[in-house]
Every structure is written in C-alpha cells, then in structure tokens.
Design a protein around this ligand. Structure first.
Ligand code: AMP
Length: 171
C-alpha cells in the first residue's frame, strides 16, 4: 500500500513553490489547518494515480469532520472505501517532548512548525478541529485506538495486530 502523508505533500508543494504551496506556507508555519477544499482537491487528484490501486494509508488526513465526509465521497467515486481508522493516542506533554527532540535533531533542516508557539497552536487546533474526527469514526464503529506512548516497535506491532483482527473479522 502507498502511504499518503498530507503534511509531506504540502511540504513538497511549499518547497516547489506551487500555487498550493504558496497558499499553505504561512498557514502551516502558524500551525493552523490548510482549508478543507484545498486538501480534498489534493487527495481527490492523488488517489487517481496507479500506485493507489492496491490500497492507501492516509497519514495526517482527514483532519476535520468535513474532510472525513469528503473522503467517503471521493473514495466512493472510485469504488473504494475505508477499511479501518487507527488512532495513535499520545498525551500532549509527551508529544511536546517528542517534537522538541525532533527539532533538536534536525538543526537547519528543521520543520518551520516545530517551535513552541506553532506547536501550542497545532495542539489547540487538534483538540478543536481534529478530535471530533475520532468521535465521527467511533460513532460509526470504525475506530481502532492504539497506545502511542510505547516504543516505535511496540506501536507498530499493535497497529499490525489491530489490522489483522480487523481483516479476520471482515473475512
Ligand atoms: P503534519 O506533517 O501532518 O504534522 O502536517 C503539517 C501541517 O500541514 C499541519 O499543521 C497543517 O498546517 C498542514 N496539514 C497537513 N495535513 C492537513 C490536513 N489534512 N488538513 C489541513 N491541513 C493539513
């Protein structure tokens, strides 16, 4: 399966100086969300490429309930649908430590939004606009939650387990 990280796609657009990149640059630096219509257009176009035919892991998308609803529509256009939604749950204070550590490891190449001010805004935006997406999928019985506080290997194993149980249940 192909992994589509909307954050990576936007950072590439910013570096390349495309119209989307110019629109997104300052919004991202502030730690706010790029408008839903822009994100949905990016995903709608991207999933038409042949590498998406075997399946897709969306990473960092959907970030709002409107994006989640639009995702269902664009997948339906291509006769695709979501199999599972995985939340990787991490406490805010641990996230802050991890992101500050990431920033310290990447001097020069560091992300513009890995600083204390943008980080606070990203967390506020997460709780206001993205947390409702969790409830959206929970209410539909699609949400799988894994503990993101463990090591990378343990989190990976837990995600694998969740997806295995899910595909067994579907079969
Ligand atoms: P990420 O790499 O997922 O942390 O995303 C970095 C930044 O890109 C976010 O703080 C947003 O400004 C923007 N972004 C990424 N994905 C989305 C999305 N699905 N909707 C809106 N903005 C997004």
């Amino acid at each position: 399966m192909v992994q589509l990280s909307t954050g990576d796609m936007l950072r590439a657009a910013v570096s390349a100086g495309t119209a989307v990149g110019r629109k997104a640059k300052d919004i991202m630096a502030r730690g706010e969300l790029v408008p839903d219509d822009v994100m949905i257009a990016i995903i709608r176009e991207r999933i038409t490429r042949p590498d998406c035919a075997e399946g897709i892991i969306f990473d960092g998308f959907p970030r709002t309930v409107a994006q989640a609803e639009a995702l269902d529509r664009v997948l339906a256009e291509r006769r695709m649908k979501l199999d599972a939604v995985v939340e990787v749950a991490v406490d805010d204070d641990i996230l802050i430590d991890r992101i500050m550590a990431r920033a310290a490891q990447q001097p020069g190449g560091q992300r513009e939004d890995d600083n204390a001010e943008a980080l606070k805004r990203r967390l506020d935006v997460y709780h206001a606009q993205t947390a409702p997406v969790i409830e959206h999928y929970r209410a539909r019985g699609m949400l799988q939650s894994v503990d993101g506080m463990a090591s990378i290997d343990e989190v990976a194993a837990e995600i694998e387990q969740v997806l295995k149980l899910h595909s067994a249940a579907r079969a």
